[in-house]
Design a protein around this ligand. Structure first.
Ligand SMILES: C=C(CC[C@@H](C)[C@H]1CC[C@H]2C3=CC[C@H]4[C@H](C)[C@@H](O)CC[C@]4(C)[C@H]3CC[C@]12C)C(C)C
Ligand SMILES: C[S@@+](CC[C@H](N)C(=O)[O-])C[C@H]1O[C@@H](n2cnc3c(N)ncnc32)[C@H](O)[C@@H]1O
Length: 371
């Protein structure tokens, strides 16, 4: 075999040799970009597998257009009833890219010196379990569970049974497969449904949490009321909320532009302020035991990783554009990636200016005796 190759090489004219050499270099370069260098953090997804979730590949471009048009003016969304459907579309479009470029937990965490992104994420998730005081055999709700990164950490840390709900059926399939691989499918269950109208009986959970998910609700009151309904009296609900902080000024055009950019790139029907979320929690009947922006010092910037990743995102963009050009990735994925690229910029600016936080903590209790 080797003899044959040597003969081909020594017998070939210099032009053929140069062409073969150049093709080899390009092929090795593409392989290196896509498979070796890969994304910022590869977690069970490779670039060649990027798709549109439950959408057929030819539907991706049109769905992106429908999404982008709908969330153009988030604060003026006329038909709030359509929001969950468009949020579902959003997660069909972004779930693969999130897993590929971020990991299995779709949220931010305070940076911690000397800790990896994975460790910071796990600690931020275990904090929820600790605040809930949950124990083995408890039944806990994860409202807006994504592909289940937090549920696995919380189940493993506490031994409790976690039931997750997400509007997106592609995420259900991903979460179930990850649960099985992690050997946690005995503790973690995932269903597809709307957290504004959950298929669970009243007073049936020993605890509930939501991590960076209720911001997708057109009316926060509706999701809080549902969580209140399914919680047993005396039990706790912990949430990490996306909100504007006291530093946000509605008459500052830069602030307005940043918040609008965050809403548009993250399927949000209008961000709420930190004080609104507390008022709404109290309004639906919760006692608010603790309220705190976990992003404030001494916590280190949650947006650090987002900002530091910029070079990797350029590289990801090249990889996605190439795969789309070759017909491997569906049409429209490049636009989705570009939208995420822009939202990363808006999120970082929201963090740097201090006008936005993705981790406004609320610890709420459903009273033993309802008022
Ligand atoms: C809570 C929500 C999602 C929070 C984050 C998990 C995601 C918000 C923005 C996302 C990303 C932005 C840039 C992408 C980058 C261009 C790409 O190359 C790799 C993936 C990103 C880093 C992506 C990863 C997930 C986010 C950080 C919302 C939606 C309420
Ligand atoms: C940013 S992801 C966070 C996922 C998960 N909490 C995590 O931290 O990895 C938001 C999640 O909320 C879910 N979600 C949004 N609106 C929903 C709705 N109306 N009903 C159920 N889930 C919803 C999305 O499907 C997604 O899983």
């Amino acid at each position: 075999m080797l003899d044959m190759v040597m003969e081909m090489i020594t017998g070939a004219d210099p032009y053929t040799l140069a062409a073969v050499g150049a093709s080899l270099i390009v092929a090795v370069g593409i392989y290196y970009l896509v498979f070796i260098l890969g994304p910022a953090e590869t977690k069970g997804k490779s670039a060649v597998e990027l798709g549109g979730g439950s959408l057929a590949r030819e539907q991706v471009a049109d769905n992106y257009k429908a999404y982008a048009d709908f969330f153009k003016k988030p604060k003026e969304i006329e038909n709030a009833k359509q929001v969950p459907k468009l949020v579902d579309t959003f997660y069909n479009l972004v779930t693969d890219i999130y897993e590929w470029g971020w990991g299995q937990s779709f949220h931010f965490s305070p940076a911690i010196t000397g800790k990896s992104h994975r460790e910071e994420t796990r600690l931020h998730e275990e904090h929820v379990a600790d605040l809930l005081h949950i124990k083995p055999k408890d039944k806990v709700l994860d409202a807006g569970c994504g592909v289940g990164g937090p549920m696995r950490a919380i189940a493993a840390h506490s031994g409790a049974n976690v039931v997750g709900i997400t509007i997106n059926d592609y995420q259900v399939a991903r979460a179930r497969s990850h649960n099985k691989k992690a050997g946690l499918d005995n503790l973690c269950e995932v269903i597809c449904g709307d957290f504004l109208n959950m298929p669970f009986t009243d007073n049936s959970f020993d605890g509930a949490y939501s991590i960076e998910a209720t911001c997708h609700a057109p009316q926060l009151r509706d999701v809080y009321a549902e969580i209140y309904r399914v919680l047993k009296p005396g039990k706790l609900y912990v949430t990490y909320e996306w909100v504007t902080t006291p530093l946000y000024r509605a008459d500052n055009s830069e602030h307005v532009e940043i918040i609008h950019g965050i809403e548009h790139g993250d399927a949000l029907p209008g961000l709420r302020s930190y004080s609104q979320v507390v008022d709404i929690a109290k309004d639906v009947g919760f006692e608010v035991l603790e309220e705190k922006d976990l992003a404030l010092p001494p916590a280190l910037p949650w947006w650090k990783r987002l900002k530091m990743g910029r070079i990797a995102y350029y590289r990801n963009h090249v990889v996605i554009a190439l795969l789309s050009f070759l017909g491997v990735a569906p049409q429209g994925v490049v636009d989705v990636h570009e939208m995420l690229f822009k939202t990363a910029e808006h999120l970082s600016r929201g963090g740097e200016t201090g006008i936005f936080t993705p981790m406004h903590l609320l610890v709420c209790r459903k009273p033993e005796i309802e008022q």
